[in-house]
Design a protein around this ligand. Sequence first.
Ligand code: UT7
Length: 311
Amino acid sequence: MKGIHIISTGSAVPETCYDNEKMSELVETSDEWIRTRTGIRSRHICKEESCVSLAVSAAGKAMERAGNPANRIGAVIVATSTGDYSFPSVACLVAKELGLGTDVMAFDLAAACSGFLYAMDVGRNFLLAHEDRYVLVIGAEQLSRIVDYTDRSTCILFGDGAGAALIEAADTPYFHHSGCDGDAEVLSCKGVGQDEMYIHMKGNSVFKFAVSTLKESIDRILREQKISMDEIDYVICHQANARIIDHVKKKYPGQEKKFYMNLERYGNTSAASIPMVIDELMELGELKEGMKIVCVGFGAGLTWGGTFLQI
Ligand code: UT7
């Protein structure tokens, strides 16, 4: 085994949707400003739902589409920064809700918006040791819990959602690289017991970091795998801001169509954004078996990661 096969996917968003008009009732902003600066038109916000219920719903769809192979699941890994509890983990509650039994390693992983790619790589390493099992990898966020809805520079960006992928060992190409620099200045959110718990962000600094990191991650994958962009079917970037992705795709003339975006409808869902795109492309029939994709992400930590795999 070298790589992973995505057996099935699923995603979920809360029912309540805030469009840009709704945001302009909350803070001094406008649909025009949000659309032109970010590409976002709407985002979904939890009312009745929670991080756990979104994760259960997304993973439940992935399980159903795979014929419900509950006894094959060896691990559940949930990338999240907004779990319902500090403990138990979201992953433990998902395992219980989905009836996976107790012979399962279940844990959450915190790498902010890079989390899903980190989690998929950890899942792949689990599969190296347990080739007969499957791993449920989930990115789930209830960011509305940590968004300050009086701060117009952040609240317009974020949304809630979850995406899940059921993976198994495969003899396919695979490459992953990731990193972090320990910066707590440009993007942070305080923890349990602090005076407040909101996202604080220096947007311009994150923007510059994102553009250079995504490009470096893509180039590193192409260089180390000795492949050209022509051989890649889709480049799936963390969905933070359409202008970030536009800047990056301009560096690859003729390949722009491969950079898929759905952030217009969901905003930035952090660890959920990449699996939500993968699920959408699967549902549209755009991602087919044998296709090669590059996924690249960045986020608080600062963290980053890039994954190349054959679906
Ligand atoms: O998952 C990773 C998470 N974060 C990111 O990826 C964020 C990356 N950064 C960004 O997406 C952008 O930096 C933002 C969308 C956050 C901000 O866009 P910008 O083009 O960098 O705007 P800016 O921060 O330079 O602000 C320009 C102006 C300021 O007004 P003045 O000082 O020029 O008078 C802001 O106060 O826009 C103002 N502004 C707004 N105006 C209307 C900031 N937010 C808003 C708003 N509506 N929502």
